[in-house]
Design a protein around this ligand. Structure first.
Ligand SMILES: [Mg+2]
Length: 336
Protein backbone atom coordinates (compact mmCIF):
# COMPACT_ATOMS: atom_id res chain seq x y z
CA UNK A 1 0.00 0.00 0.00
CA UNK A 2 2.90 2.32 0.58
CA UNK A 3 5.10 2.77 -2.46
CA UNK A 4 3.50 0.41 -4.85
CA UNK A 5 0.26 2.30 -5.24
CA UNK A 6 2.05 5.58 -5.74
CA UNK A 7 3.69 4.28 -8.89
CA UNK A 8 1.48 1.43 -10.00
CA UNK A 9 0.73 2.79 -13.49
CA UNK A 10 4.43 3.20 -14.17
CA UNK A 11 4.79 -0.32 -12.77
CA UNK A 12 2.35 -1.47 -15.49
CA UNK A 13 4.56 0.17 -18.13
CA UNK A 14 7.77 -1.35 -16.78
CA UNK A 15 6.20 -4.81 -16.67
CA UNK A 16 5.07 -4.43 -20.30
CA UNK A 17 8.57 -3.36 -21.34
CA UNK A 18 10.17 -6.29 -19.50
CA UNK A 19 7.77 -8.73 -21.08
CA UNK A 20 8.45 -7.48 -24.60
CA UNK A 21 12.20 -7.19 -24.16
CA UNK A 22 13.10 -10.09 -21.89
CA UNK A 23 10.09 -12.41 -21.56
CA UNK A 24 10.94 -16.03 -22.50
CA UNK A 25 8.95 -18.52 -24.59
CA UNK A 26 8.84 -22.28 -24.38
CA UNK A 27 6.34 -24.93 -25.48
CA UNK A 28 5.58 -25.94 -21.90
CA UNK A 29 4.90 -22.33 -20.85
CA UNK A 30 1.22 -21.43 -21.13
CA UNK A 31 1.34 -17.99 -19.51
CA UNK A 32 4.45 -15.91 -18.88
CA UNK A 33 4.56 -12.33 -17.65
CA UNK A 34 1.19 -10.58 -17.62
CA UNK A 35 -1.19 -12.43 -15.30
CA UNK A 36 -1.36 -12.94 -11.53
CA UNK A 37 1.04 -15.87 -11.93
CA UNK A 38 2.94 -17.74 -14.63
CA UNK A 39 1.55 -21.07 -15.83
CA UNK A 40 3.42 -24.07 -17.23
CA UNK A 41 2.82 -27.74 -17.81
CA UNK A 42 5.83 -29.96 -17.12
CA UNK A 43 6.30 -32.41 -20.00
CA UNK A 44 4.19 -35.50 -19.36
CA UNK A 45 2.24 -33.96 -16.47
CA UNK A 46 -1.55 -33.96 -16.36
CA UNK A 47 -1.88 -30.81 -14.29
CA UNK A 48 -0.48 -27.37 -14.86
CA UNK A 49 1.74 -25.58 -12.35
CA UNK A 50 1.53 -21.94 -11.44
CA UNK A 51 4.27 -19.76 -9.91
CA UNK A 52 4.19 -16.28 -8.42
CA UNK A 53 6.53 -14.12 -6.34
CA UNK A 54 6.10 -11.04 -4.17
CA UNK A 55 8.24 -8.80 -2.03
CA UNK A 56 7.59 -6.93 1.23
CA UNK A 57 10.09 -4.26 2.22
CA UNK A 58 10.23 -2.49 5.57
CA UNK A 59 9.71 1.25 5.18
CA UNK A 60 8.18 0.74 1.73
CA UNK A 61 5.44 -1.85 2.11
CA UNK A 62 5.13 -1.94 5.89
CA UNK A 63 6.36 -0.35 9.09
CA UNK A 64 8.07 -2.53 11.67
CA UNK A 65 5.99 -1.24 14.58
CA UNK A 66 2.62 -1.74 12.88
CA UNK A 67 2.39 -5.51 13.19
CA UNK A 68 3.91 -8.46 15.02
CA UNK A 69 6.46 -10.64 13.21
CA UNK A 70 3.82 -13.38 13.20
CA UNK A 71 1.40 -11.06 11.36
CA UNK A 72 4.13 -10.01 8.94
CA UNK A 73 4.84 -13.63 8.01
CA UNK A 74 1.13 -14.29 7.53
CA UNK A 75 0.68 -11.24 5.31
CA UNK A 76 3.75 -11.92 3.17
CA UNK A 77 2.44 -15.37 2.29
CA UNK A 78 -1.14 -14.10 1.93
CA UNK A 79 -0.07 -11.81 -0.94
CA UNK A 80 1.33 -14.78 -2.82
CA UNK A 81 -1.55 -17.14 -2.06
CA UNK A 82 -3.94 -14.45 -3.26
CA UNK A 83 -2.24 -14.53 -6.67
CA UNK A 84 -2.65 -18.32 -6.77
CA UNK A 85 -6.30 -17.88 -5.72
CA UNK A 86 -6.75 -15.51 -8.66
CA UNK A 87 -5.77 -18.35 -11.03
CA UNK A 88 -8.14 -20.77 -9.32
CA UNK A 89 -5.42 -23.26 -8.39
CA UNK A 90 -4.37 -25.10 -5.21
CA UNK A 91 -1.40 -23.73 -3.23
CA UNK A 92 1.27 -26.47 -2.92
CA UNK A 93 4.76 -25.17 -2.13
CA UNK A 94 6.50 -21.95 -1.21
CA UNK A 95 10.00 -20.63 -0.59
CA UNK A 96 10.99 -17.70 1.62
CA UNK A 97 13.95 -15.37 1.21
CA UNK A 98 14.36 -13.23 4.32
CA UNK A 99 16.89 -10.46 5.03
CA UNK A 100 17.00 -9.09 8.58
CA UNK A 101 19.04 -6.47 10.44
CA UNK A 102 21.57 -7.83 12.92
CA UNK A 103 19.49 -6.64 15.90
CA UNK A 104 16.77 -9.15 15.13
CA UNK A 105 17.01 -12.40 17.02
CA UNK A 106 15.82 -15.96 16.92
CA UNK A 107 12.48 -15.40 18.63
CA UNK A 108 11.50 -12.85 15.97
CA UNK A 109 12.43 -15.29 13.21
CA UNK A 110 10.50 -18.10 14.88
CA UNK A 111 7.40 -15.90 15.21
CA UNK A 112 7.69 -14.80 11.58
CA UNK A 113 7.81 -18.40 10.34
CA UNK A 114 5.00 -19.30 12.72
CA UNK A 115 2.82 -16.72 10.96
CA UNK A 116 3.78 -18.04 7.55
CA UNK A 117 3.13 -21.67 8.34
CA UNK A 118 -0.15 -21.07 10.16
CA UNK A 119 -1.60 -19.55 6.98
CA UNK A 120 0.10 -22.13 4.76
CA UNK A 121 -1.46 -24.96 6.76
CA UNK A 122 -4.98 -23.63 6.21
CA UNK A 123 -4.50 -23.82 2.45
CA UNK A 124 -2.32 -26.92 2.21
CA UNK A 125 0.97 -25.27 1.17
CA UNK A 126 4.32 -26.39 2.56
CA UNK A 127 7.64 -24.60 2.95
CA UNK A 128 10.33 -26.15 0.75
CA UNK A 129 13.27 -23.76 0.89
CA UNK A 130 14.55 -20.24 0.82
CA UNK A 131 17.41 -18.06 1.92
CA UNK A 132 18.36 -16.09 5.00
CA UNK A 133 20.56 -13.03 4.86
CA UNK A 134 21.64 -9.91 6.71
CA UNK A 135 20.01 -6.60 5.79
CA UNK A 136 21.38 -3.11 6.31
CA UNK A 137 17.97 -1.51 5.73
CA UNK A 138 15.20 -3.18 7.70
CA UNK A 139 13.39 -6.43 7.10
CA UNK A 140 12.98 -7.63 3.52
CA UNK A 141 10.88 -10.62 2.57
CA UNK A 142 10.53 -12.27 -0.80
CA UNK A 143 8.29 -15.28 -1.23
CA UNK A 144 7.69 -17.50 -4.24
CA UNK A 145 4.65 -19.75 -4.22
CA UNK A 146 3.69 -22.64 -6.46
CA UNK A 147 0.20 -23.90 -7.13
CA UNK A 148 -1.23 -26.82 -9.07
CA UNK A 149 -4.43 -26.97 -11.07
CA UNK A 150 -7.20 -29.33 -10.00
CA UNK A 151 -8.75 -31.29 -12.91
CA UNK A 152 -6.78 -29.03 -15.27
CA UNK A 153 -9.01 -26.03 -14.53
CA UNK A 154 -7.54 -22.54 -14.47
CA UNK A 155 -8.76 -18.94 -14.87
CA UNK A 156 -6.94 -16.09 -16.58
CA UNK A 157 -7.39 -12.33 -16.53
CA UNK A 158 -8.05 -12.49 -20.24
CA UNK A 159 -11.14 -14.68 -19.93
CA UNK A 160 -13.68 -11.84 -19.62
CA UNK A 161 -16.06 -10.82 -22.43
CA UNK A 162 -18.30 -7.81 -23.06
CA UNK A 163 -21.65 -8.47 -21.42
CA UNK A 164 -20.24 -10.52 -18.50
CA UNK A 165 -21.39 -9.62 -15.00
CA UNK A 166 -18.55 -8.36 -12.78
CA UNK A 167 -18.40 -9.79 -9.25
CA UNK A 168 -16.23 -9.27 -6.20
CA UNK A 169 -15.85 -11.38 -3.06
CA UNK A 170 -16.13 -9.88 0.42
CA UNK A 171 -15.92 -6.13 0.88
CA UNK A 172 -13.49 -3.50 -0.35
CA UNK A 173 -11.58 -0.77 1.47
CA UNK A 174 -11.32 -2.47 4.84
CA UNK A 175 -7.57 -2.97 4.69
CA UNK A 176 -7.03 0.66 3.63
CA UNK A 177 -9.20 1.71 6.60
CA UNK A 178 -6.90 -0.35 8.83
CA UNK A 179 -3.89 1.40 7.34
CA UNK A 180 -5.57 4.73 8.01
CA UNK A 181 -5.98 3.80 11.69
CA UNK A 182 -2.33 2.78 11.96
CA UNK A 183 -1.29 6.12 10.48
CA UNK A 184 -3.38 7.82 13.17
CA UNK A 185 -1.47 5.89 15.82
CA UNK A 186 -4.35 3.52 16.51
CA UNK A 187 -2.61 0.14 16.74
CA UNK A 188 -4.96 -1.75 19.08
CA UNK A 189 -8.52 -0.85 18.15
CA UNK A 190 -11.05 0.23 20.79
CA UNK A 191 -14.17 -0.86 18.87
CA UNK A 192 -15.13 -3.95 16.91
CA UNK A 193 -14.99 -1.99 13.63
CA UNK A 194 -11.47 -0.75 14.41
CA UNK A 195 -10.33 -4.26 15.26
CA UNK A 196 -11.86 -5.61 12.03
CA UNK A 197 -10.05 -2.99 9.95
CA UNK A 198 -6.71 -3.61 11.66
CA UNK A 199 -7.17 -7.35 11.28
CA UNK A 200 -7.95 -6.97 7.57
CA UNK A 201 -4.77 -4.97 7.09
CA UNK A 202 -2.50 -7.18 9.17
CA UNK A 203 -3.96 -10.61 8.55
CA UNK A 204 -5.65 -10.64 5.14
CA UNK A 205 -7.48 -13.81 4.08
CA UNK A 206 -6.54 -14.95 0.60
CA UNK A 207 -9.61 -16.32 -1.19
CA UNK A 208 -8.08 -19.62 -2.22
CA UNK A 209 -11.20 -21.71 -1.61
CA UNK A 210 -13.35 -19.27 -3.56
CA UNK A 211 -10.88 -19.15 -6.45
CA UNK A 212 -10.63 -22.93 -6.62
CA UNK A 213 -14.41 -23.33 -6.56
CA UNK A 214 -14.82 -20.75 -9.33
CA UNK A 215 -12.30 -22.53 -11.54
CA UNK A 216 -13.87 -25.94 -10.91
CA UNK A 217 -17.36 -24.79 -11.90
CA UNK A 218 -16.28 -23.55 -15.33
CA UNK A 219 -18.73 -20.67 -14.99
CA UNK A 220 -16.35 -17.73 -14.62
CA UNK A 221 -14.76 -15.78 -17.47
CA UNK A 222 -11.80 -13.68 -16.30
CA UNK A 223 -10.37 -13.39 -12.80
CA UNK A 224 -7.81 -11.27 -10.91
CA UNK A 225 -7.19 -10.55 -7.23
CA UNK A 226 -7.76 -7.05 -5.85
CA UNK A 227 -4.31 -6.27 -4.43
CA UNK A 228 -3.71 -2.74 -5.73
CA UNK A 229 -7.27 -1.45 -5.42
CA UNK A 230 -10.43 -2.09 -7.45
CA UNK A 231 -9.85 0.74 -9.93
CA UNK A 232 -6.39 -0.50 -10.85
CA UNK A 233 -7.14 -4.22 -10.90
CA UNK A 234 -10.40 -3.80 -12.80
CA UNK A 235 -8.51 -1.84 -15.47
CA UNK A 236 -6.01 -4.72 -15.66
CA UNK A 237 -8.79 -7.31 -16.03
CA UNK A 238 -10.43 -5.19 -18.73
CA UNK A 239 -7.21 -4.63 -20.70
CA UNK A 240 -6.36 -8.34 -20.62
CA UNK A 241 -9.91 -9.23 -21.71
CA UNK A 242 -10.08 -6.58 -24.43
CA UNK A 243 -13.14 -5.05 -22.78
CA UNK A 244 -14.27 -2.06 -20.73
CA UNK A 245 -16.45 -1.98 -17.63
CA UNK A 246 -19.33 -0.14 -16.09
CA UNK A 247 -19.74 -0.45 -12.35
CA UNK A 248 -22.54 0.73 -10.11
CA UNK A 249 -21.17 2.61 -7.11
CA UNK A 250 -24.18 1.92 -4.90
CA UNK A 251 -23.51 -1.81 -5.30
CA UNK A 252 -19.87 -1.71 -4.19
CA UNK A 253 -19.52 -3.71 -0.97
CA UNK A 254 -17.63 -1.29 1.23
CA UNK A 255 -16.49 -0.88 4.81
CA UNK A 256 -18.97 1.74 6.02
CA UNK A 257 -17.52 2.10 9.53
CA UNK A 258 -14.53 4.03 8.18
CA UNK A 259 -16.90 6.92 7.36
CA UNK A 260 -17.11 7.81 11.04
CA UNK A 261 -13.29 8.03 11.21
CA UNK A 262 -13.15 10.72 8.53
CA UNK A 263 -12.50 8.34 5.62
CA UNK A 264 -14.65 8.10 2.50
CA UNK A 265 -15.71 4.42 2.38
CA UNK A 266 -16.45 4.66 -1.36
CA UNK A 267 -13.05 6.16 -2.11
CA UNK A 268 -11.35 3.38 -0.13
CA UNK A 269 -13.49 0.74 -1.88
CA UNK A 270 -12.48 2.08 -5.30
CA UNK A 271 -8.83 2.83 -4.73
CA UNK A 272 -7.74 1.23 -1.43
CA UNK A 273 -5.22 -1.59 -1.76
CA UNK A 274 -4.49 -4.94 -0.15
CA UNK A 275 -8.00 -6.26 0.25
CA UNK A 276 -6.98 -9.49 -1.53
CA UNK A 277 -10.53 -10.17 -2.64
CA UNK A 278 -11.26 -11.83 -5.99
CA UNK A 279 -12.63 -9.86 -8.92
CA UNK A 280 -14.13 -12.00 -11.68
CA UNK A 281 -16.60 -12.03 -14.51
CA UNK A 282 -19.49 -14.40 -15.23
CA UNK A 283 -21.03 -14.59 -18.73
CA UNK A 284 -24.50 -13.03 -18.78
CA UNK A 285 -26.26 -16.31 -19.54
CA UNK A 286 -24.68 -17.99 -16.52
CA UNK A 287 -25.14 -15.39 -13.76
CA UNK A 288 -28.40 -16.88 -12.46
CA UNK A 289 -26.92 -20.39 -12.30
CA UNK A 290 -23.78 -18.99 -10.69
CA UNK A 291 -25.67 -17.08 -8.00
CA UNK A 292 -27.93 -20.05 -7.24
CA UNK A 293 -25.03 -22.47 -6.89
CA UNK A 294 -22.51 -20.30 -5.02
CA UNK A 295 -21.86 -22.15 -1.72
CA UNK A 296 -22.76 -20.54 1.59
CA UNK A 297 -19.56 -21.74 3.21
CA UNK A 298 -17.56 -19.39 0.94
CA UNK A 299 -17.07 -15.63 1.29
CA UNK A 300 -20.19 -13.99 -0.19
CA UNK A 301 -19.80 -12.15 -3.47
CA UNK A 302 -21.62 -9.23 -5.05
CA UNK A 303 -22.27 -8.24 -8.64
CA UNK A 304 -20.92 -4.71 -9.07
CA UNK A 305 -21.35 -4.13 -12.81
CA UNK A 306 -20.75 -5.46 -16.31
CA UNK A 307 -17.97 -5.73 -18.84
CA UNK A 308 -18.61 -3.59 -21.89
CA UNK A 309 -17.47 -3.51 -25.50
CA UNK A 310 -16.32 0.10 -25.13
CA UNK A 311 -12.86 0.28 -23.46
CA UNK A 312 -12.27 2.15 -20.20
CA UNK A 313 -13.83 1.81 -16.76
CA UNK A 314 -16.91 3.88 -15.98
CA UNK A 315 -19.22 4.16 -13.02
CA UNK A 316 -22.81 5.18 -12.39
CA UNK A 317 -24.03 6.07 -8.93
CA UNK A 318 -27.21 4.01 -9.12
CA UNK A 319 -29.42 7.03 -8.44
CA UNK A 320 -29.70 8.29 -12.00
CA UNK A 321 -26.56 10.41 -11.83
CA UNK A 322 -24.05 11.03 -14.60
CA UNK A 323 -21.84 8.26 -15.97
CA UNK A 324 -18.23 9.06 -15.04
CA UNK A 325 -14.84 7.64 -15.85
CA UNK A 326 -13.05 5.78 -13.04
CA UNK A 327 -9.42 6.83 -12.77
CA UNK A 328 -6.86 4.04 -12.69
CA UNK A 329 -5.08 4.68 -9.45
CA UNK A 330 -4.29 2.71 -6.37
CA UNK A 331 -4.15 3.93 -2.84
CA UNK A 332 -1.27 6.37 -2.45
CA UNK A 333 0.11 6.41 1.05
CA UNK A 334 2.13 9.55 0.41
CA UNK A 335 -0.74 11.60 -0.95
CA UNK A 336 -1.28 14.48 1.45
MG1 LIG B 1 -2.57 -10.29 -8.35
Amino acid sequence: VFRRKASASSENQIVRFLEERFGGRRASLEMGIGDDAAVFRPPGAEERWVVTTDMLLEGVDFRADWQTPEQLGWKALAENLSDLAAMGVRPRFYTVALAIPSAIGESWIAAFYQGLTSLAKIHGAILIGGDLSRSLHGVQVCIAALGETLRRKILYRAGGKAGDGIYVTGSLGRSAAGLFLLEQGCTEGATLAERLALEAHRRPRPRCREGLWLAQQSLAGGMIDVSDGLSMDLHRLCRASGAGAEICLSRLPRFEASGSWGCDPLELALHGGEDFELLFSIPAGKTARFEASYPRRLEPCTQIGRLTRHPGVYCVDGRGGRRRRVAERGFDHFRS
